[in-house]
Design a protein around this ligand. Structure first.
Ligand code: GRF
Length: 202
């Protein structure tokens, strides 16, 4: 099977990266991770990649004068790795329009809310403050507007009385770890197609 070669962008703990690494261990899974790139040298997720024998790279955004300069350095590195597709997994940088254009329809992200609700940081806190009874996570293609783009998969999580940002974050994260590998599988296998900016599973 020709597997889709993936670069994963991280900034932090990398638990979603771990879920993708674990999914890729299945010989029938249609994707393989060829590189993990972090903008933070201390990101714990880098150790997860190393442990799995995956090439890692740190490109510190602080070393670049503009967002686009940083994104161009990432683009060169990602292409050199042979990656054909990019997964953002807790990558805490807003991408330039230039980068999004380079990887149009080949760039996905996971967000801890049921988009289009609660975009931006602290999606879990926003959900609690809004008093909604159902929260969740979303895996979506990336477009230039933040936290927007065709939705591939979502998972819902009930908010119960007594839930805190911490407890809700943990419940959502548990679903993220199922949702992200599933969404990537749909895309990498060619089952998920974008038609008029809506993902259709065929
Ligand atoms: C996740 O909640 C993800 O949805 C958000 O950042 C968090 C990353 O967690 N974009 P991890 O680094 O994968 O553990």
């Amino acid at each position: 099977m020709d597997k889709l070669k993936i670069a994963v962008l991280i900034s932090g703990s990398g638990t979603n990266l771990q879920a993708l690494i674990d999914a890729c261990k299945n010989p029938d899974y249609p994707a393989e991770i060829v590189m993990v790139l972090s903008n933070k040298p201390s990101a714990p997720g880098l150790s997860r990649a190393k442990k799995a024998g995956i090439e890692t790279c740190v490109i510190n955004h602080k070393d670049y004068p503009t967002r686009e300069d940083f994104d161009k350095a990432m683009d060169v590195t990602i292409r050199a790795s042979g990656a054909q597709f990019v997964c953002m997994a807790g990558f805490m940088r807003i991408l330039s329009e230039w980068f999004v254009d380079q990887w149009y329809d080949k760039l996905i992200n996971i967000h801890p809310s049921l988009l289009p609700s609660f975009k931006g940081v602290d999606g879990q806190k926003q959900a609690l403050e809004a008093g909604v009874k159902i929260a969740g996570c979303t895996v979506h293609f990336v477009r230039k507007e933040m936290d927007s783009g065709p939705i591939i998969a979502q998972a819902a999580v009930p908010i119960e009385s007594g839930d805190t940002v911490e407890s809700l974050t943990a419940k959502i994260l548990e679903q993220e770890h199922k949702c992200y590998p599933l969404a990537l599988e749909l895309v990498a296998s060619g089952k998920a197609k974008i038609i008029n900016e809506i993902v259709v599973i065929g």
